[in-house]
Design a protein around this ligand. Structure first.
Ligand code: SF4
Length: 204
């Protein structure tokens, strides 16, 4: 295992996260299959990693209670589904960065991704590719502002200034996607947050 990954996994465990290593997406999916039970109500944040690893397909096609809020066109129903995710059994997401001292770094716009990470679902499974690993909080912030936010903004067609030049302008645009910074330093409820580090580049 790569030294940076093993350091991160050890540090995550010290911070009471349940941490797993996956050599690739297939292994990550197998780990996930062992962590969720059929019949559970599950949900996921808007994450490319969750799509790329096959997890989205697994929960969509499997025997789970899952209604995709991103496919709901009625804004009222969509908002209800977003609310309901706060009480689901298992919530899947990635992280904008995982710091090698065993902490998770996220920025969010509407906070429908970070809210269930913080509180609500019985279990949260965070899946992050090796490209998300950084050595410090400052690096995490830099990664967010120079890579993750501009690329995600472009993907989501937010029309924020970073979609034009790939540079953060600390904008006040109504579609700003980095409104709240959440750093998860320690997982107090043992076993609640699981983190799978995948030895592949995944997501943005
Ligand atoms: S603050 Fe605005 S310009 Fe900067 S990354 Fe976020 S959305 Fe883009």
């Amino acid at each position: 295992m790569d030294a940076m990954i093993s350091k991160t996994i050890k540090a995550l465990k010290e911070n009471q996260f349940e941490a797993y290593y996956a050599e690739n997406s297939l292994e990550a999916l197998e780990i996930v299959k062992g962590l969720v039970k059929e019949g559970e109500r599950v949900d996921r944040g808007g994450s490319l990693t969750i799509e790329q690893t096959g997890i989205l397909r697994y929960i969509t096609e499997g025997n789970f209670g899952y209604a995709d809020p991103y496919k709901e066109s009625d804004p009222v129903k969509k908002a209800e589904l977003m609310q309901a995710r706060l009480s689901c059994d298992t919530f899947f997401c990635s992280a904008n960065a995982v710091i090698t001292d065993g902490r998770l770094y996220n920025e969010d716009g509407a906070c429908s991704r970070v809210a269930p990470l913080l509180f609500g679902p019985k279990q949260v499974i965070v899946v992050a590719g090796r490209n998300k690993l950084v050595n410090s909080e400052a690096e995490a912030r830099k990664r967010m502002m120079t890579v993750a936010a501009p690329l995600n903004a472009k993907r989501l067609k937010t029309a924020t200034p970073c979609t034009e030049d790939g540079v953060c302008h600390n904008c006040k645009h109504p579609n700003r996607i980095c409104c709240s910074t959440v750093i998860t330093n320690f997982n107090r409820i043992k076993g609640r947050i699981k983190v799978i580090i995948v030895n592949e580049d995944l997501g943005m």
